[in-house]
Design a protein around this ligand. Structure first.
Ligand SMILES: [Zn+2]
Length: 87
């Protein structure tokens, strides 16, 4: 394990190490996630999802440290998924 620090490509804040729930598709895999509530990516997500789908949800910026894959992590509320933060 390395101590690489991942910063959010959207707001520049340090991303939190996060473990996906065992029952999810990712089965306990580690991701780094931007949990900043001021992240423009996350803030825009609420408006976008409302406009496009009429639903109240958003997504946070995330990265897979093994593959380097970056993408959205869907959240249904500001506190959703925060219990998975491990750092
Ligand atoms: Zn961010």
């Amino acid at each position: 394990m390395s101590d690489t620090v991942y910063t959010c490509p959207h707001c520049g804040k340090k991303m939190n190490k996060w473990q996906s729930p065992d029952e999810s598709n990712w089965g306990g895999a580690i991701r780094y996630v931007c949990f900043s509530d001021e992240c423009p990516y996350y803030v825009r997500g609420w408006e976008w999802m409302k406009e496009k789908y009429g639903v109240s949800s958003s997504y946070r910026s995330s990265i897979n440290p093994e593959s380097g894959w970056t993408g959205p992590l869907p959240v249904a509320s500001p506190d959703h998924l925060k219990p998975g933060i491990v750092d």
